[in-house]
Design a protein around this ligand. Structure first.
Ligand code: ADP
Ligand code: ADP
Length: 218
């Protein structure tokens, strides 16, 4: 599970996240909804230990990311597909990540298969379309078979088939009992993927409720 407790993150004078608390339990897709600049990415980066909070904490299965012994086996993340770059092939990219996390090469073959990139394993990352990079990013997130998964605006820029694929994937991961948090600035996206929704604005919690409750109220 994910526990965000009184999390605050300032960048100079900007309060990117401001006393935010919410919990995401295993077994469903939690939508993280808010306009651009609301603090969704900052929160996810705090969960992943990529940014130290100004105050408060973000915990994965009760521990801070920095204290987790095998982080990729606890939490996987798809933050920005465009951030996957370099001249290496898809399979080498994954092997490097796997090895540095104590994960065997056999798992690399499995995740390439799972995301539909088995036939493109030798393709250079730099030569991949956004949709393929997205699948490669998902493969990286799944490498450690983690129980917690974060997806930051995963449908942005994808074609309809890619969008359908990633929605189905997230639903499937939740159905397996994993904890899934997916951000979007679009209510329409939440309506088709999320069971619960955490709504934030200006770094603060606005509403945390079930999707059913939200659609009945508005
Ligand atoms: P969201 O993901 O909801 O679009 P972000 O977490 O990216 O929101 O941004 C929240 C706020 O923090 C915005 O005002 C953004 O400009 C600011 N911000 C995010 N990252 C940085 C950074 N590295 N340096 C300065 N300001 C930042
Ligand atoms: P760099 O690109 O600077 O080499 P990495 O992205 O490889 O850094 O790793 C930075 C940190 O994020 C590491 O602790 C790594 O375990 C973690 N990490 C990288 N990719 C993922 C992922 N897909 N899911 C979860 N954690 C990840």
């Amino acid at each position: 599970m994910i526990e965000v407790r009184e999390l605050s993150k300032r960048y100079g004078a900007v309060r990117a996240v401001d006393g935010l608390s919410f919990t995401v339990e295993p077994g469903y897709v939690a939508g993280f909804l808010g306009p651009n600049g609301a603090g969704k990415s900052t929160t996810m980066r705090a969960v992943l230990g990529l940014d130290a909070p100004t105050s408060g904490e973000a915990l994965v299965n009760g521990g801070r990311y920095a204290d987790i012994r095998r982080p990729m086996c606890e939490v996987g993340a798809l933050l920005d597909a465009n951030a996957v770059h370099g001249g290496r092939s898809a399979v080498n990219h994954l092997r490097c990540l796997a090895r540095s996390n104590g994960i065997g090469d056999k798992r690399v073959v499995e995740v390439l298969e799972q995301v539909g990139l088995a036939g493109a394993a030798r393709r250079r990352v730099a030569a991949m379309s956004l949709g393929m990079k997205q699948r490669l990013g998902v493969a990286a997130a799944l490498l450690g078979d983690p129980g917690v998964l974060l997806f930051d605006e995963p449908v942005n820029g994808l074609d309809p088939e890619g969008i359908r694929w990633i929605r189905d994937l997230m639903r499937g991961l939740a159905a397996e009992g994993r904890t899934v948090l997916v951000s979007s600035h679009l209510m329409s996206e939440m309506a088709v993927t999320a069971d619960r929704v955490v709504v934030i604005g200006r770094g603060r919690l606005i509403l945390e409720t079930s999707m059913r409750e939200l659609t009945e109220r508005f």
